[in-house]
Ligand binder design. Structure first.
Ligand SMILES: Cc1cc2nc3c(=O)[nH]c(=O)nc-3n(C[C@H](O)[C@H](O)[C@H](O)COP(=O)(O)OP(=O)(O)OC[C@H]3O[C@@H](n4cnc5c(N)ncnc54)[C@H](O)[C@@H]3O)c2cc1C
Length: 588
């Protein structure tokens, strides 16, 4: 079950979404009451229709027979409910049948769907990425034919980058695109690991495929993007077939496919050789979505493990029995069980705040009229995207592991359900660019190549948060001020080392990603604590707000010190990784 209360707190109280949307000139009907109504309706659908299919979908998985992929029982009906509810077109442009609500609404829906059922969420999730790329780069004819059907949900989409020898290095892709006499293209090659690549939820699937035209430059500069529909414009079956579905560790309810394109009919999107640029439109949206997946799964883990910690009776409290009438105390009395629960919640709520905060930048980019404001939002979003993707998925995985730990041996047993969250969440650290790729993106591209533009904007946000905390929550202001003084200098120090030796970037980047993630969440917690303080001062006597402040203090006192370890590690340089004997890397 998603935490509607916390979503509302972040969306309304912390981020003032109503005011934010009004500042972008969004229709006044998108007010707090409307946001709440959408949240309630979406929750009703996701909790009622999708959540019950989460464990059964995991057990049953998808099957492939005679080229036909069947999704787990109930998925087809649930997808029909998704279409009937009008959820597919929530944020798309009205001229193609969408409802044109701001991107923040899309995020709310995504959170609720994914918390209920991540494997299901990936069917509409991939469609959203596909729509995004078509809206930005598709021709009018492509929009009329494909986008309109994607927006009704009648058709779904995919994104086909990966090939057996081309994963993180998409520029190695070999799928070929040859021109046909009629101006269309013939696409030949094999794509692997394609999420929602084939299934029985929709009649047609719109594949966005990266391929190489003849004579194209090597690497990413020679990649073009094509729409390759499963059912072609004339209604015939296109020659793209599912060769296999992967047997995998988690998200069993989502079909991960090998797709064989055999002179399939394709339509060029935009210009030749610009495919990587276009794919980034899709990937940036998708990376924010994958970061959110980390939060959603952690939310499920926290719900399960916090309930269990209250009920499970094992051993006595170190300070004497707390439930003397029972054979033992609930494990919640043990300090380290409390630490694990607080770590989960600190990450979930800090991560949620970060996702909605980053998404406000998307709102500004897509709807803002003021060019300067849009530019700042774009720079900030570029900087935050690898942090959302890399840090929130790493912490999401840690969180669901802690949930299993709280269940002890029972967590390892399928029946309790928490082991599924660990299996499902593991992929989030890999697809849409691994943690290593996010680290490099953050440090090399988003910080060093921009001379720290996004970082500078975020430091400004931190200064504001520190000032707001100074009077009533001075310990939070102090931690922020230390980070404010340290982070830019540390970035410059690493940058200077990289000038002399490029391996310094790769050696520092994942530690830098973690360091940055902790810093960003420290800011989110400061903002949440200040807001909760205000609510308490208004006389709202709510344990939830008091808990927020406790969690903020916990985060700043017990989690922020982890940054020092990452800082120390990255400053040791690259020699202890690169100047070592090769025997270090052999298993015998
Ligand atoms: C369930 C699932 C769903 C997927 N869905 C899709 C999809 O819908 N569409 C699609 O196109 N793809 C999809 N993928 C593919 C996914 O995006 C890739 O698996 C991922 O990008 C990593 O590529 P790879 O597996 O080839 O690993 P590799 O690129 O071979 O990487 C192997 C290891 O090397 C590391 N590494 C590589 N380069 C560097 C570097 N420069 N510095 C440091 N470390 C490096 C990586 O971090 C990783 O740890 C999916 C994969 C799975 C398993």
């Amino acid at each position: 079950m998603a935490s509607l209360k916390d979503m509302r707190f972040i969306i309304h109280d912390v981020l003032d979404t109503e005011g934010h949307l009004a500042s972008l000139g969004v229709d006044a009907s998108c007010d707090r009451a409307f946001i709440d109504a959408v949240l309630d309706e979406a929750f009703k659908f996701t909790d009622g229709e999708l959540k019950p299919l989460n464990a059964s979908g995991d057990r049953e998985g998808c099957t492939l027979k005679d080229g036909v992929v069947t999704t787990p029982a109930g998925f087809r009906e649930a997808y029909r409910g998704y279409i009937a509810g009008g959820w597919a077109g929530l944020v798309g442009p009205t001229e193609y049948g969408g409802q044109a609500l701001p991107p923040t609404f899309g995020l709310m829906l995504e959170e609720l769907i994914c918390t209920a059922n991540m494997a299901f969420a990936m069917y509409p999730g991939l469609s959203r990425g596909c729509m995004h790329a078509l809206i930005a780069h598709g021709s009018e004819a492509q929009k009329q034919h494909f986008l309109t059907r994607l927006l009704t949900g009648e058709w779904t989409g995919t994104m086909c980058l990966t090939e057996p020898h081309a994963g993180s290095d998409v520029g190695l892709a070999r799928t070929k695109a040859e021109p046909r006499a009629d101006g269309t293209w013939s696409i030949t090659g094999t794509k692997i690991f394609i999420s929602a690549g084939e299934h029985d939820l929709s009649d047609n699937i719109v594949h966005l495929v990266l391929a190489r035209t003849e004579g194209a430059p090597a690497g990413t500069r020679g990649i073009s993007m094509f729409v390759v529909p499963k059912i072609d414009l004339d209604g015939s079956r296109n020659s793209v077939v599912c060769g296999a579905i992967e047997e995998k560790m988690g998200i069993h309810g989502n079909a991960t496919c090998v797709l064989n394109f055999d002179a399939a009919h394709g339509y060029l999107v935009g210009e030749e050789n610009a495919g990587m640029k276009y794919m980034f439109t899709m990937m940036n949206t998708a990376r924010l979505g994958v970061g959110l997946q980390g939060v959603c799964l952690a939310q499920r883990g926290f719900e399960a493990s916090s309930g269990y910690a209250r009920e499970r009776l094992q051993m006595r409290s170190l300070t004497g029995p707390k439930a003397p009438d029972k054979p033992a105390d609930p494990i919640l009395v043990h300090p380290d069980v409390r630490r694990m629960l607080m770590a989960q919640r600190a990450f979930i709520e800090g991560g949620r705040a970060l996702c909605y905060y980053a998404n406000q930048c998307v709102d500004i980019l897509e709807m803002g009229a003021d060019a300067e404001r849009r530019q700042r939002a774009g720079e900030l979003l570029d900087f935050l995207t690898p942090i959302v993707k890399g840090f929130l998925t790493e912490w999401g995985f840690t969180s669901v592991n802690e949930a299993v730990q709280i269940f002890g041996g029972h967590g390892f047993i399928r029946e309790t359900g928490v082991e599924q969250y660990v299996r499902d969440s593991r992929i989030t650290l890999i697809y849409e660019g691994t943690t290593q790729i996010q680290g490099l993106d953050l440090l090399a591209r988003k910080v060093m190549m921009t001379q720290g533009k996004g970082l500078t904007h975020f430091i400004g946000e931190m200064q504001q948060a520190a000032a707001e905390c100074r009077a009533e929550l001075p310990e939070l202001a102090t931690t922020l001020e230390v980070i404010i003084a340290e982070w830019p200098a540390l970035s410059m120090q690493i940058g200077a080392k990289a000038m002399a030796n490029p391996d310094e970037v790769g050696a520092a980047s994942v530690d830098y990603l973690f360091y940055s993630g902790y810093a960003v969440l420290a800011t989110m917690w400061a903002r949440m604590a200040v807001t909760a303080r205000r609510r308490l001062a208004e006389g709202v006597d709510d344990a939830y707000f008091a808990a927020k402040i406790d969690l903020a203090r916990y985060y700043h006192a017990r989690i922020v010190p982890k940054m020092a370890g990452h800082k120390a590690a990255m400053l040791t340089g690259s020699d202890n990784l690169m100047q070592v004997n090769d025997a270090v890397f052999t298993a015998d």
